[in-house]
Structures are given as structure tokens and as C-alpha cells.
Ligand binder design. Structure first.
Ligand SMILES: [Zn+2]
Length: 229
């Protein structure tokens, strides 16, 4: 019986820790941002992962064609592989964000490993002279103890999101995905989208629909820095 109680206790702790690591509301150290409190109809569009040479320019053209500035959370590894793409994102007026170096979960790791993930990615984003603020978003949105503690020491918040929809769901269409996103947006929302890899056709096709739909509802788009401004 005692072993059963111990096992159950451990299972509850693990489940609690996993839940906490993905929480949109609670974090043990530092600031957590999922939305900016405001009444003006302004929002931030954020893209995770990449940059990928195959899909970036199409995404940038959609944004440019609609005069939208967004925020790109890039992995350090891909940023190192494609410095020209990083520079292009920044030169076209978008904000760069740090999404970890290797896109590994940043929980249950040593402080040195986590610090390396953060610092190598910052360096890859700064390599071509990008000087703006670099917000941080952990892979899978997960953080537990060491990561928030390290970021809090630098006065750097964790930036998550308040709006997303599942573009990979079975039978998902660009129209339905766009409608879900549009319906969830409110002033100050931070939208998360994935548009960098081959599996993300639905999200890429939905991008112009989302922007046009939100423009039609009176929303304007800002980078995270502008939204926080
Ligand atoms: Zn990611």
C-alpha cells in the first residue's frame, strides 16, 4: 500500500510539473506575457520556428503586400544556418525573437545547458547587426524552474500567446482555421502561427485570410515591441 501511495504521489507531482511547465497563467519566476492589456484594436502576429529558405520569402511577401509587421521566433540553429534570411526578416521591419537553439524542451536541464541555448540563439540573431529587443519564447511554450529563473535575472519576460488554432487537425481547411483564429482575437492579442515547414500548407494559405479578416474588423498589426510600447 505504501508503495502504491508513493507511486501515486509521484505521478501527481509529475503531472502537476508537466501542467505547470505549459501553463498560460502561472510561472515560478519573472514575467509571463500572453496578451497585452489594451482597448485599441491592435494585435501581434507571431511565427515560431525557422527561418526556412523554402517558405520564408512567400510569408514575407504576404506580410509586405498588406503592410503588416510581425515577430519571428527563430531557432538559433536555423538562424546560424541562414544568416541572410535572419537579416532579411529584420531588414523588412519585423522583430526577431529567441526560440531556443536546438528546439529541445528547456525543462529538467542544467543551468549551463539552458543558458547556452539562450545565448547562442541571441548571438545568431545579433550576428548581422540586429539591435532591437529580443523577446524569448521557449519551444512548446514549456518552462519550469531554471529557464524562468535565468530569464528573470536578465529582466526578460517569457512571451507566449493567447490565440492559436490547430492547422494540422484532420480535414482542417485554411478558411476554417482562419475563422477560428479571427474569432478568438481581442485587442492586445498575441497570435501564434507556424508557417515555416512543409507540413504547414494550411496555415500559410490561411495567413492572407487572417490578415484581411482582421483588417476588415478594424484591427491593425504591430510587432511585440510596438504592442508593448
Ligand atoms: Zn517551435
Amino acid at each position: 500500500m505504501r508503495w502504491l501511495a508513493l507511486f501515486l504521489g509521484l505521478a501527481v507531482c509529475l503531472a502537476g510539473g508537466w501542467g505547470l511547465s505549459k501553463s498560460q497563467r502561472v510561472q515560478l519566476f519573472g514575467d509571463l506575457i500572453t496578451r497585452i492589456e489594451m482597448s485599441e484594436p491592435r494585435i501581434a502576429l507571431t511565427f515560431d520556428d525557422g527561418p526556412s529558405p523554402r517558405f520564408l520569402s512567400g510569408v514575407l511577401d504576404v506580410l509586405d503586400g498588406r503592410d503588416v509587421r510581425a515577430t519571428f521566433f527563430l531557432t538559433g540553429q536555423e538562424a546560424e544556418q541562414h544568416p541572410d534570411l535572419v537579416a532579411e526578416i529584420a531588414n523588412r521591419g519585423h522583430q526577431l525573437g529567441n526560440h531556443g537553439y536546438s528546439h529541445s524542451r528547456m525543462i529538467l536541464r542544467s543551468p549551463a545547458w539552458i543558458e547556452g541555448e539562450i545565448d547562442r540563439t541571441d548571438a545568431a540573431l545579433r550576428a548581422r547587426g540586429f539591435e532591437g529587443a529580443i523577446p524569448f519564447r521557449p519551444p512548446y511554450g514549456q518552462r519550469l524552474i531554471v529557464l524562468p529563473w535565468l530569464l528573470a535575472r536578465e529582466g526578460r519576460p517569457v512571451v507566449l500567446w493567447d490565440v492559436e488554432a490547430d492547422d494540422l487537425a484532420e480535414g482542417q481547411t485554411p478558411e476554417a482555421y482562419a475563422q477560428e483564429i479571427i474569432a478568438r482575437v481581442e485587442p492586445g492579442s498575441i497570435i501564434l502561427m507556424h508557417v515555416m515547414y512543409g507540413s504547414r500548407d494550411t496555415a500559410r494559405a490561411a495567413l492572407p485570410l487572417i490578415i484581411d479578416g482582421l483588417h476588415a474588423r478594424g484591427y491593425s498589426f504591430a510587432t511585440l515591441a510596438e504592442l508593448e510600447g
